[in-house]
Design a protein around this ligand. Structure first.
Ligand SMILES: *Cc1c(COP(=O)(O)O)cnc(C)c1O
Length: 361
């Protein structure tokens, strides 16, 4: 059986460093808001090229905290891709803002920059871009719109740690960025964890306080805040993994290249990239008109697959008010998309086996 994602194998590469580090954290007797959060945040900011980074409890909270930190709330509209994981949209709703959905580009699956302007109103406050599957959004047009209409750009970078657009890392392409370190992400913890990067010092100070009971210093509360902190143990382990992220992403690129060059089955639509550095291949998504048959065939032949995602947010029960709306490109993607195994620990032989099977389908 070729696993879709072998997390044990991924993390076992760091086993001895993890063991030593876990002992350090245990021995320190200090489990929250300590030295490992400071270390990891400093290293992650440096990695992304931003002035600031902060660890929070998870990726959803990271998006939430940025929206709240900017003070957006009821009556404010936030533009967001219709084709995203539902977390991006939930964070907008949770702040009482109105999500305004925009269709994706059928080639990149990311928000279509040329379809944004028609959705901007006097109430629009921000554009959230999602670097879906690990491919950075083409930002140029979005930067122009943000400037023209005075909008904030928020990145949902949960799937794209390390991707580079036009010389800059994801996380440094807008006003603030949200990351998830969920175990399966390109940089994953051993539990829930998330992060925010920004060059906006005021926003940084605000989200830092809001995430810690609204407290700017101990027992002094300036906001009705929340509890959203990264555990010291997660920060300590992420700090071990971060130096290997670029090499892991390079391995993912190599696998993606092999898939793209060797899958020749005409029933399959391969992913398109506009620049190899812009993609870190969190997910290797292909499209197939008979997707469910292909999934079953691969599974029957010992290859685990996945679907990111089977149902678009506007067709979910959570958003009944949108169920009758139509986003045909988003729906087309959801009907035909499926994900092949992708991880830095796959062997060449496994990748070859998958290609051979797919070509025989
Ligand atoms: C994983 C993910 C999130 C949420 O991150 P969590 O850490 O699970 O809360 C948000 N947006 C996207 C695009 C994601 O893939």
């Amino acid at each position: 059986m070729i696993k879709f994602l072998d997390l044990e194998k991924i993390n076992n590469r760091f086993r001895s460093e993890f063991d030593a580090r876990i002992k350090d954290v245990l021995d320190s007797g200090w489990y929250l808001s300590g030295k490992w959060n400071d270390e990891f945040a400093a290293h992650f900011a440096e990695f992304c090229g931003t002035k600031h980074a902060i660890g929070v409890a998870n990726g959803l909270d990271a998006i939430n905290l940025i929206i709240r930190g900017y003070g957006f709330g009821p009556g404010d509209e936030i533009i967001v891709p219709a084709n995203t994981y539902i977390a991006t949209i939930l964070a907008i709703s949770e702040n009482g803002c109105t999500p305004v959905l925009v269709e994706p580009d059928i080639n990149t699956y990311n928000i279509a920059p040329e379809k944004i302007e028609e959705k901007i109103t006097p109430r629009t406050k921000a554009i959230i871009v999602v670097h879906l599957y690990g491919q950075a959004v083409q930002m140029k047009k979005i930067w122009e719109l943000a400037k023209k209409y005075n909008l904030k750009i928020i990145e949902d970078a949960a799937q794209a740690h390390g991707a580079i657009y036009d010389g800059n890392r994801v996380g440094n392409l807008g006003d603030a960025a949200a990351f998830s370190f969920y175990p399966g992400k390109n940089l994953g913890a051993l539990g829930d964890a998330g992060g925010i990067t920004t060059n906006d010092t005021e926003l940084f100070e605000r989200v830092k306080a809001i995430a810690n009971y609204g407290s700017d210093y101990k027992y002094h509360h300036i906001y009705k805040g929340v509890n959203s902190r990264m555990d010291e143990i997660q920060a300590a382990l992420l700090d071990i993994k971060l130096p290997y992220l670029d090499a892991d992403n390079a391995r993912r690129r190599k696998i993606a290249k092999f898939y793209c060059e060797n899958i020749t089955n005409q029933k399959i639509l391969l992913p398109k990239t506009y620049d190899e550095n812009a993609h870190v291949w969190h997910v290797f998504a292909i499209r197939c008109e008979i997707r469910d048959e292909l999934c079953k065939y691969l599974n029957d032949n010992g290859v685990q697959t996945n679907i990111h995602y089977p149902t678009p947010p506007h067709k979910q029960g959570a958003y009944k008010e949108w169920n009758n709306q139509s986003f045909p490109i988003t729906e087309e993607i959801h009907h035909t998309i499926m994900s092949l195994p992708m991880s830095p620990v796959m062997t060449d032989d496994e990748v070859k086996q998958i290609v051979d099977l797919v070509n025989k389908f």
